[in-house]
Design a protein around this ligand. Structure first.
Ligand code: URA
Length: 252
């Protein structure tokens, strides 16, 4: 039994694929989209897990909590239990005008603004997804006729200063982060989120495979605030994308 996720090899029934939403409250919804007979496995701290069957594959959906440190624990422990593929369905803030609320972003790389990834590989090591997983995510969005973008994501350790939000208690962003949102935008970074860089650095460096698809819930060129009216809809679409991606991946 692994310390934080409270899962064992037996409980995963040979699963090689894990789905990693951040939000524990999203796990059951996703698992039920994958398989109406999904079963609850465990709940401890931010780690809630369900087991589903997609095609002939057992798939574990396990929440990671917010940010690299808690995600790193889930990935480490799931890897110890035999997971080889990690797919993160998340939410994100778009940085380019062309990106609309409700669109999806498939990361082809992540700017390592996090701290956790540096505990796994030096900072000049690239944070990139598996080509197989990223291309399957693209194929899935195409098959489902959903609006998607591919490109570079910036993964920040913080939601507020690291993503240059000023609608905070102090209304202040430290100097070294002032102007960074505009700079990432000018450098063609598509979006801000908080986990992809840690996930990609860990998995690439350990010989594992990962991909990340995020639903856009804020457009930072227009507002600092996420739009939560779209959450239910994007959650369902994220579930459909991940299910389709897994069916594509296992038939490759
Ligand atoms: N998640 C983030 O990290 N940032 C956003 O703006 C929205 C979701």
């Amino acid at each position: 039994m692994l310390y934080h996720i409270k899962l064992s090899k037996e409980m995963l029934n040979g699963a090689k694929i894990a789905v990693l939403p951040g939000d524990p409250g999203r796990v059951k919804t996703l698992a039920e989209i994958f398989d109406s007979n999904s079963t609850f496995l465990a709940q401890n701290r931010e780690y809630t897990s369900y087991l589903s069957k997609i095609g002939n594959e057992h798939v574990v959906t396990c929440s990671t909590g917010i940010g690299g440190p808690s995600l790193s624990i889930a990935v480490e422990e799931l890897a110890q239990l035999g997971i080889k593929y990690f797919i993160r369905p998340g939410t994100t803030g778009g940085l380019q005008e062309k990106i609309d609320i409700g669109d999806f972003i498939i990361s082809t790389g992540a700017v390592r603004l996090d701290g956790a990834s540096t505990h796994f590989a030096p900072i000049n090591y690239p944070a990139v997804p598996s080509f197989d997983v990223a291309s399957s995510l693209v194929e899935a969005c195409k098959n489902l006729n959903l609006n998607y973008h591919t490109g570079i994501t910036a993964s920040s350790d913080t939601f507020y200063p690291g993503q240059e939000r000023y609608n905070t208690y102090s209304r202040y962003v430290v100097r070294h982060l002032q102007g960074t949102m505009d700079e990432w935008k000018k450098l063609n970074v598509l979006n801000f989120e908080m986990e992809a860089a840690t996930l990609f650095t860990m998995t690439s460096s350990m010989g594992l495979k990962a991909g990340c698809v995020c639903a856009v819930i804020a457009n930072r060129t227009r507002s600092e605030k996420p739009d939560d009216t779209v959450l239910k809809n994007v959650e369902i679409n994220l579930g459909k994308i991940v299910k389709e991606t897994i069916l594509i991946l296992v038939n490759k």
